[in-house]
Design a protein around this ligand. Sequence first.
Ligand code: GLU
Length: 319
Amino acid sequence: MGEVVGRFAPTPSGRMHLGNLFSCLLVWLSARSQGGKIILRMENLDPQRTSRAYGEQLMADLRLLGLTWDEGPYWQSERGGYYQQCLDRLHQLGVVYKCFCSRAELHAAEANAANAPHVSDGEYIYSGKCRKLTEEQVTRLEGSRSPALRLLVSGWEEFTDGHYGPQRCHLPSQCGDFILRRSDGVFAYQLAVTADDGAMGITEVARGRDLLGSTPRQLYLYRLLGLTPPRFIHLPLLLAEDGRRLSKRDGDLGLDGLLERFSPEELVGWLAYLAGQIDRPEAVRPGELVEDFDWEKTPREDIVVGADFFREFTHDSAI
Ligand code: GLU
């Protein structure tokens, strides 16, 4: 077997939160425990939401926690030429079409559809409306707005997730034709992440379970682009007490607040405890966790991170 190559693929749109760090720690442990390497890739495609400064901060935070990488950072904002080549290849295969639907139209169409099948998180399954446009219609519409580009999907994707087992997805009915490039010219996550993971020789993708539904789309793209897919391992999500996914809005669980109260080693210990890798939260460096690392110890259910848990940790580490 060849070398294991994992990756950190953060979106530098703010300071990291606990959920990001949780994924990074597990990516790191999995790669290191197999003697593999890690590539850092900044997913800064969206110039409105991301910044170079957040990326720099992110690297400082990873270093502080001892989550080292061996290659990169690569910045997706600098790889547009490569994404365009991938897009050209898909064009040649005849599976790309222009979509003129505005966000408002998409939402209205879904709300009106009797049995609109919502996926999750406001994601929707595109009806395929613009697939049926004639050339004349496309030319006329292009006079007034610039289109997004969508991928025509077909068939089933099946794979075995490293943590959640066998998965199966019928792309047309469960995903729908998805966007490759937005109408403002920004390449879409699905295209960029697949193109990059493929080109960078990533063999292992570990990431939050919120992206489990993206994996079939990416597998489909791997095939069309002639790239070799990695092994996918999805992770439980960290949830706030009210059941919401932890996000950058949960201020006190952001790194700013946490690092005021805990040392980097305590934070790593806390994450490792949440990940089931140690029996009680205690200050630890990532390297000390490598030998006993085992995916099987990590829960499959999402993990609620409540204020109580913090107290427990504070108490324990004060002994
Ligand atoms: N950049 C994505 C994020 O920060 C992760 C992409 C991935 O792991 O595939 O949510």
